[in-house]
Write a protein that binds this ligand. Structure first.
Ligand code: ADP
Ligand code: MG
Length: 302
């Protein structure tokens, strides 16, 4: 017998590698879940760049106690009901893979309460074994806390870059989601220090000021164009203002941050005669397309 079916635990660790490549991918999945749960306040606490602790706390709709164990089942999601739903995805998540993947490669704890319940419920997963949901005290919303990411996948741990690099990936994730959702209050703490505190604002302009700093934000000009079902809007820098890299060139499709050659090229093409080689503009571009006109499922990382 040469071929063997992997144990459930092994299989989930391997699959986890796709969703959970590094601490920032955990932060991305957890933030997306909080946003899908209609949270208006999200706090992210990190220790050692996410290698020793990642905690995401939100004031979203929470989960009923009977749903808690389901959230940790593979391919269990509240976001798809029928096959047609796959072709008009309006939520950030939909595969039901993130939580089980994350739980399989960390010491994991989830605490959640729906506003209608008097109490929160908590569930732990450690080394593949899961506790039953127990009552706990917490405000409405969800807190997910995980310690010792990749403690049981040494190969993954080895692939991580330096702590500052891993932390800068986390900041990128928070900043991008913050730009896409100005109405949400985002806080990020690292090793006990608050590094980001973006209170909820009315629009992208105010959020830009929080994320890029007032000076850069005030130099940007708004743009907006509609054509058929497409709408493109955002803010852009005017030449000769330029930056040495494309860090400030960010494109979003239906509020999902995407890096796409065609989009980036189109933007840079517009500046071609205005900026020198090696110079980049600051552009935050939001492309909005009806949900049934874009297939987010084609991309493994969405
Ligand atoms: P997906 O987001 O693709 O549905 P996940 O594994 O990320 O899959 O989450 C599984 C389910 O757990 C979600 O569909 C949702 O019902 C629930 N869930 C996860 N995070 C939260 C949260 N922060 N608040 C409320 N519900 C959540
Ligand atoms: Mg999700």
């Amino acid at each position: 017998m040469k071929i063997q079916v992997l144990s459930k635990e092994m299989a989930s660790r391997i699959a986890a590698g796709e969703v959970v490549e590094r601490p920032a991918s955990v932060v991305k999945e957890l933030l997306e879940n909080s946003i899908d749960a209609a949270a208006t306040e999200i706090t992210i606490s990190i220790e050692k760049s996410g290698t020793s602790l990642i905690r995401v706390s939100d004031n979203g709709e929470g989960m009923a106690p009977e749903d808690l164990p389901l959230a940790l089942e593979r391919h269990a999601t509240s976001k798809l009901r029928s096959e047609e739903d796959l072709f008009r995805i309006s939520t950030l998540g939909f595969r039901g893979e993130a939580l089980p993947s994350i739980a399989s490669v960390s010491r994991f704890e989830i605490t959640s309460r729906q506003a209608a319940y008097d109490s929160a419920y908590r569930l732990r997963v450690d080394g593949g074994s899961e506790t039953a949901a127990q009552m706990a005290a917490a405000a409405p919303g969800t807190t997910i806390e995980l310690k010792d990411l990749f403690y049981n996948v040494p190969a993954r741990r080895k692939f991580l870059k330096s702590l500052p690099t891993e932390f800068s990936h986390i900041c990128d994730i928070v900043n991008r989601l913050a730009l896409a959702y100005p109405g949400i209050h985002f806080r990020l703490e690292h090793n006990g220090k608050t590094l980001i505190d973006f209170v909820a604002v009315r629009d992208l302009r105010e959020r830009l000021s929080q994320v890029l700093g007032r000076e850069v934000a005030e130099s940007l000009r708004p743009f907006e164009h509609r054509q058929g079902v497409l709408s493109v809007s955002g803010y852009l820098s005017l030449a000769p203002t330029a930056f040495p890299n494309s860090r400030h060139l960010m494109t979003f499709v239906n509020r999902r941050y995407v890096r796409d050659k065609i989009l980036t090229h189109a933007v840079l093409h517009g500046y071609e005669t205005l900026l020198m080689k090696g110079q980049y503009p600051a552009v935050v571009l939001l492309l909005d397309i009806p949900f049934d006109e874009v297939d987010v499922n084609v991309h493994p990382a969405k």
